[in-house]
Design a protein around this ligand. Structure first.
Ligand SMILES: *Cc1c(COP(=O)(O)O)cnc(C)c1O
Length: 421
């Protein structure tokens, strides 16, 4: 008897994230075997441009020699030791490099964007409580927010399709309106709500400039700065969830660098290790850290088994070095401009309702509003050698930051071809 194929075993045993089983089983799964730079190869030997950066994580491309070498070298020393009661070289080096790069003082490690967010929420609440401010028990978050899938992160999330089902389990969160485009009075309403909530607020959490999972909804400084300023005015802390927009995606290492606001926390994940290993970081200030000093009871009682994993930290430090060695942010500037001209061409097509872009994040809304139109379009792109993942009927362009002009040209040509078809 033949051994079952990987595709058959997948159908039999793997539960895929954010995936409806009945829909998954309609299509033949593409099984990835290996990768090189911006390209993935499947088990049939076909080649695809990784236009979603393997769900927003691949910054410098797959199998990058510097990152590969760093992980291999660390593997020859030790793969993992705990940060509970011990220090480790890779976690120290990465924390120092991240602080030097961002101006933050402290790094708390975890292993996913969701946990980076949970950590910031818990730290904010506890920091206030330990100063005697025990009435600050609420968080404010933006409409359509996405901050991850653990219950605290789902509470601050605001996407009905993902989050409504868990309603009975969630914290009561103050919801703030958020524009998709220029501010149209949303900032004024948000400021008013923050002021009314006043000293009940522990923190305001936002995905700055681009709300990714919401469908690449984009707002500007003119919306965000008044909101963050109001938070500070009422004594709430500010948490900027840069899990999607951080690590160079918007043309600066942190998106926060584009704002006139110094947040109390920034959450990083996704691109931090170039997608090699699960690692996230909650960056914060010395004054927050100092609020946890003193009695044993003032400790931050939180930590995950793999907090500060040595292989992951080595990958992330190498990833930061590549930013310098390859002037990655310069490539982001050049490729963003190129992406802009592709989008202008695309926006003239009948099948396209609207387009928007910030840095190397772009979205194309289809005029086709039938269920799964975005999914069907991405299957058509797959047969043209491009892998994308839609958000509903919005197409998402999130290629690796190291993409070359030829590769982006290929992506543009295939997009225009498929959208004109
Ligand atoms: C992906 C994402 C998260 C969650 O990260 P995970 O690693 O999937 O837990 C949180 N916030 C934002 C903005 C994200 O895009």
């Amino acid at each position: 008897m033949d051994r079952p194929s990987l595709a058959e075993l997948d159908r039999a045993h793997v539960w895929h994230p954010f995936t409806q089983a009945d829909e998954w089983e309609e299509d033949d799964p593409l099984v990835v075997e290996r990768a090189e730079g911006r390209w993935l190869f499947d088990t049939r030997g076909r080649k695809y441009l990784d236009a979603c950066s393997s769900l927003w994580v691949s910054v410098h491309g797959h199998r990058h020699p510097t990152v590969d070498a760093a992980v291999r070298a660390q593997l020859d020393r030790v793969a993992h030791t705990t940060l509970l009661g011990l220090a480790s070289g890779p976690s120290v080096q990465l924390a120092a490099a991240l602080c030097a790069r961002t101006g933050f003082d402290r790094v708390f490690y975890s292993d996913s964007g969701s946990t980076a967010v949970e950590i910031a929420l818990k730290m904010a609440f506890q920091w206030h409580a330990q100063r005697g401010d025990t009435g600050r028990t609420r968080f404010a978050a933006l409409a359509e927010a996405y901050h991850g899938d653990t219950i605290g992160a789902v509470s601050v999330g605001g996407i009905g399709l993902f989050h409504a089902v868990y309603g009975p389990l969630l914290m009561d969160v103050l919801r703030l309106p958020c524009p998709n485009g220029p501010d149209d009075g949303e900032a004024a309403v948000a400021v008013q709500r923050i002021e009314a909530a006043g000293d009940t607020l522990a923190a305001v959490i936002v995905e700055p400039l681009v709300q990714g999972a919401a469908g690449m909804r984009m707002h500007g400084r003119e919306f965000l700065e008044p909101v963050l300023t109001a938070a500070r005015r009422v004594g709430a802390l500010t948490i900027l969830d840069e899990v999607a927009v951080g690590v160079g995606r918007l043309g600066t290492f942190l998106a926060t660098e584009q704002l006139d606001h110094e947040p109390d926390f920034v959450c990083l994940g996704k691109g931090l290790t170039n997608g090699y290993l699960p690692l996230a970081a909650t960056l914060t200030r010395g004054r927050i850290y100092d609020g946890f000093r003193g009695d044993h009871g003032r400790t931050f009682f939180h930590g995950h088994t793999f907090t500060g994993n040595a292989l992951a930290c080595a990958a992330a430090t190498a990833c930061l070095e590549v930013f310098e060695a390859e002037s990655t942010l310069d490539n982001v500037q050049a490729r963003s401009t190129q992406m802009g001209s592709i989008l202008r061409e695309v926006s003239a097509l009948e099948s396209v309702a609207s387009v928007r872009q910030k840095g190397m994040m772009a979205a194309i809304d289809l005029t086709d509003t039938q269920p799964r139109a975005g999914h069907r379009f991405c299957l058509a792109m797959r047969s043209r050698g491009v892998l994308m993942r839609p958000l509903g009927n919005t197409l998402v362009l999130m290629p690796p930051l190291s993409i070359t002009d030829e590769e982006l040209l290929f992506l543009g040509t295939q997009l225009v071809g498929a959208l004109s078809g």
